[in-house]
Ligand binder design. Sequence first.
Ligand code: PBG
Length: 324
Amino acid sequence: MTDFPRYRGRRLRRTEPLRRLVRETRLTPDRLILPLFVVPGEGVREPVGSMPGVERVSVDELVKDGGEARVLGLGGVILFGIPETKDAEGSGAWIDDGIVQRGLRALRAEVPELLLLSDVCLCEYTEHGHCGLLDAGGEVENDPTLELLARTAVSHARAGADIVAPSDMMDGRVGAIRQALDAGGFDHLPILSYAAKYASAFYGPFRDAADSTPSHGDRRGYQMDPANALEALREVEADLLEGADMVMVKPALAYLDIIRRVREMVDVPVAAYHVSGEFASIMAAAERGWLDGPRAMTEALTSIHRAGADLILTYWAREFARNI
Ligand code: PBG
């Protein structure tokens, strides 16, 4: 025993009702956005090997998943598409009957209350797997790509997207998309930009799921260097000046400092993407019995919210909603 006044932190941790009373961060399902992968066909449900519980689904099945997301009270879903065919321009991204466009239309019609986001990028649709057009030397060309991204965003808007989310990391794409949306009669449609998107090893399983691994080189010429923080602030500032309504940091756990700095710098909603590799690492360890999966996942997502993310994109959104 000591006779000096001393801090007794344990008093407020003794029982669950006390802990609940003083809990500083509460993550709720309405802050979570579930990524969904849509493929051609009917009655398709293909499990993604590296992402337990995640499936690539055809449009008819997508509608069921969307219905479930709504019943669980999730904030929304974000669609990624795997097209029938790929080409040099990624035309599957913007054609009127593209796979994401079909998915959006079906969800809009069948689950009208569900918030629909669409990922705007070319990498799932180009035969080379890069996020833009290539020049003769195999480099991604910035400005010619902008027009295609803008076209993609407008076609998603026409198909019923509530929010478009460009993830390509071309310079000027938010401005180009904003201009095209406004011109197309969608000046009310918000843009969530993947503003600080890092060239990360944690995207590995997603590229299996979306079939979007670059056939040559990597994405370090357009995605950010993981060593940089100030650069993330510049990217965020630039996207806001170009008209982004919300900004995203991606991945999440290895970039909690970036989430915090962005949260302190801006006054728009901040999103973070708990990406495929972050999800898969926990799932794999849990499968081996090395950790308690649901607890680890809840802890990871709570920490992302605590760091400052208002919204979280996570493959675990449904399980989170069922667990609480
Ligand atoms: C498309 C895109 C990627 C992810 C989201 N949008 C892949 C990439 O940049 O290679 C990754 C998501 C995840 O890993 O869960 N550009």
